[in-house]
Write a protein of this length. Structure first.
Length: 296
């Protein structure tokens, strides 16, 4: 099976250990979101207006060093005064497959997203043929306005579209850093899973929207291989979106529930509730198609 991991973090440093792990697990390729875990958001530099502009030195080097094994995405800030140029550069870079935004990390950014602050970015991404990965922390319904405004857009909902689970909510709260952050995100994480996931499933109506199946163990309180409690939700996602619009990602470097890379992979690869064809799409085919990434 042609397996593609549609989100791993890498950097700083080289990718040799990751290549060895990919080989051991039989994973053909991985999409890197360069995000230095010890210093969230880096590598980036801050612009005069306060916006950030990311760089991807480790991911770029890995993609050139191991052709076909790695591509990467570019995080963008909608406040960047040179946003159009940044997105054109991403489009023309040899190994960039997509953009990513994460307004779901704070309530202020979620409000900005709802109020249209990200609209220009989505329009530019559509014009340049780049899909956008979007993390909205349980507020997937906010995508509907975007896809109606930009029908040529391609949007990938990150992390199953779920609110942060009980293990992730304290981390989000610390990153937001407001006096009521802990109470707020704890309450958000307590929403019934069926109710929260229903908002994600409604986005299956739009053909230009797909789903990244990542952080299911924390999002559905399904910790521990084989993450059995998440299986009904994956079945529902495949039934709603179609297997060719659901892509697996381990995000193993930021996995709050402790499963190994192998366990995150085989929780899907050995899932008896999926057909062999569905597993082939979820574990690689969807990423290949949505990212325009031909197998080596």
């Amino acid at each position: 099976m042609d397996i593609v991991d549609s989100q791993v973090h890498l950097g700083p440093g080289g990718a040799a250990e990751m290549v060895a792990a990919l080989d051991a697990l039989g994973i053909a390729a991985a999409l890197i979101d360069e995000y230095w875990m010890g210093t969230p958001g880096e590598p980036f530099y801050r612009l005069q207006n306060g916006a950030t502009r990311t760089t991807s030195p480790t991911a770029e080097l890995a993609a050139w060093t191991w052709p076909g094994r790695f591509s990467y995405l570019v995080r963008v800030d909608p406040r960047d005064p040179e946003l159009a140029a940044v997105i054109r550069l991403a489009r023309d870079a040899a190994h960039v497959r997509a953009l990513r935004v994460s307004p779901g990390m704070t309530r202020a950014e979620l409000r900005d997203f709802a109020d249209g602050a990200y609209d220009e970015m989505f329009g530019l991404a559509a014009d340049n043929g780049l899909p956008v990965f979007v993390h909205l922390a349980g507020q997937s319904q906010l995508i509907e306005r975007i896809v109606r405004k930009y029908p040529d857009s391609r949007i990938v909902i990150c992390h199953c579209g779920m609110p942060p689970g009980s293990a992730l909510a304290p981390i989000i709260a610390r990153m937001e850093g407001l006096p009521d952050s802990e109470a707020h995100w704890r309450a958000v994480s307590a929403e019934p899973h069926d109710q929260a996931f229903a908002r994600t499933l409604r986005m299956a109506e739009f053909a230009q929207v797909s789903l990244k199946w990542a952080h299911a163990p924390v999002g559905f309180d399904a910790a521990g291989y084989p993450n059995s409690a998440a299986r009904p939700f994956l079945r529902a996602a495949v039934d709603a979106f179609g297997a060719d619009r659901v892509m697996w990602a381990s995000d193993v470097s930021a996995n709050q529930t402790g499963e190994s890379w192998a366990e995150l992979l085989f929780a899907v690869a050995d899932n008896p509730e999926l057909t062999a064809e569905e597993r082939a799409w979820v574990l690689g085919g969807t990423a290949r198609r949505w990212l325009d990434w031909a197998a080596a």
